[in-house]
Design a protein. Structure first.
Length: 276
C-alpha cells in the first residue's frame, strides 16, 4: 500500500517536471550571429541543444511514468519533437521582439527628421540609439551602403531583409525608394507607418491573450494522462503492469502517446490559424 509520503513524492516529481518543462521551453530570443541570421533554421547550435535537452527530459519523464528503461530509452526520439517546438517558439519570440524594435526605429527616425535632418542623416542618427539587435542590423546596412559603390540605401535594406528575415526592413527600403524617386517629405509617411505598426502590435497582444486559454488547455491535456498513469503505477502497479509488459498493452500505450501528440498538433494549428 502506498504511503502518504510516496504520494507527496509523486506529486512533487510531477510538479518539478512541469516547472522544468516550462522553464526549458520559455520564450528565448535568438542571439544575433555575425552573419545576422535571425531565422532559427540556420542556428544549428540551438537545434542540437534543443534535441539533446528534449531527449534527456523525455527519457527521464517516461521512466518516471513507466518504470521501464526499454520504454524510456526509445522515448529519446521525443527530443526531435521537442526541438521543433522549441524552434517555433524561439522564432515567434524573435519575431515579437523585432516587431517591437521596428516601432522604436520608426519613432526615433521620425523624431530625427522632424529635427531638420534628411532621411539619410536621420537614419544614421537613429541607428546608435537603438537596442540590439536592431542597432547592429541597421548599422551594418549603413556600412554596406557606404562601402559598396553604386548601392542605394533602399537596396541595402532590401538585401538585409532577405538575409536576416526581418521583413519590416522592406518597409524602410520602400521609404527610401520613395524619397529617392520623388523627394517627398517622409515625416507624415513614417507617422502613418508607425500607426500601422502600433495597431499590429496591439492586435498581436490581444490575440496572444485570447489564445492563452487554448495553450493552457493544451498543457493540461498533455500532462493529465501521464500523471494518471504515474499515480496508478504507484498506487496499484498490477493494474498498469500489462500496459508496459504485453504487446497489446504497449500498443495501447503508444496509441495514448500518439493521441496526446496529435491533440497538441491540432491545438497548435488552431492557435496559428487564430493568429493569422
Amino acid at each position: 500500500m502506498v504511503t502518504i509520503l510516496e504520494l507527496f513524492a509523486c506529486l512533487f516529481v510531477g510538479m518539478s517536471a512541469f516547472v522544468l518543462i516550462r522553464w526549458l521551453t520559455r520564450d528565448r530570443y535568438v542571439k544575433l550571429e555575425d552573419e545576422f541570421k535571425l531565422s532559427v533554421k540556420h542556428n544549428y547550435e540551438y537545434q542540437v541543444k534543443d534535441f539533446v535537452i528534449g531527449g534527456v527530459v523525455c527519457v527521464v519523464l517516461f521512466y518516471i511514468i513507466t518504470g521501464k528503461l526499454y520504454i524510456a530509452i526509445p522515448a529519446a526520439v521525443g527530443g526531435l519533437i521537442w526541438g521543433k517546438v522549441s524552434q517555433r517558439r524561439r522564432a515567434a519570440a524573435t519575431t515579437r521582439k523585432m516587431n517591437d524594435q521596428f516601432l522604436q526605429v520608426l519613432t526615433v527616425f521620425s523624431s530625427s527628421m522632424q529635427g531638420g535632418l534628411n532621411p539619410y542623416q536621420a537614419m544614421t542618427d537613429t541607428a546608435p540609439s537603438l537596442p540590439s539587435p536592431a542597432k547592429e542590423i541597421i548599422m551594418e546596412t549603413l556600412r554596406r551602403q557606404r562601402i559598396t559603390a553604386g548601392m542605394h540605401l533602399a537596396d541595402a535594406f532590401q538585401e538585409m531583409a532577405e538575409e536576416t528575415g526581418w521583413r519590416d526592413l522592406n518597409s524602410l527600403s520602400i521609404l527610401f525608394k520613395l524619397y529617392d524617386e520623388t523627394g517627398v517629405n517622409l515625416v507624415e509617411v513614417v507617422k502613418h507607418l508607425s500607426d500601422l505598426a502600433y495597431e499590429q502590435k496591439s492586435d498581436a497582444k490581444y490575440l496572444d491573450a485570447v489564445t492563452g486559454q487554448i495553450r493552457v488547455t493544451a498543457i493540461i491535456l498533455t500532462i493529465v494522462p501521464f500523471v494518471i498513469l504515474t499515480g496508478m503505477r504507484l498506487v496499484s502497479p498490477q493494474m498498469v503492469e500489462p500496459l508496459y509488459t504485453t504487446v497489446i498493452g504497449i500498443c495501447v500505450f503508444i496509441f495514448i502517446v500518439g493521441m496526446v501528440i496529435a491533440g497538441n498538433i491540432v491545438i497548435n494549428r488552431m492557435v496559428v490559424k487564430a493568429l493569422e
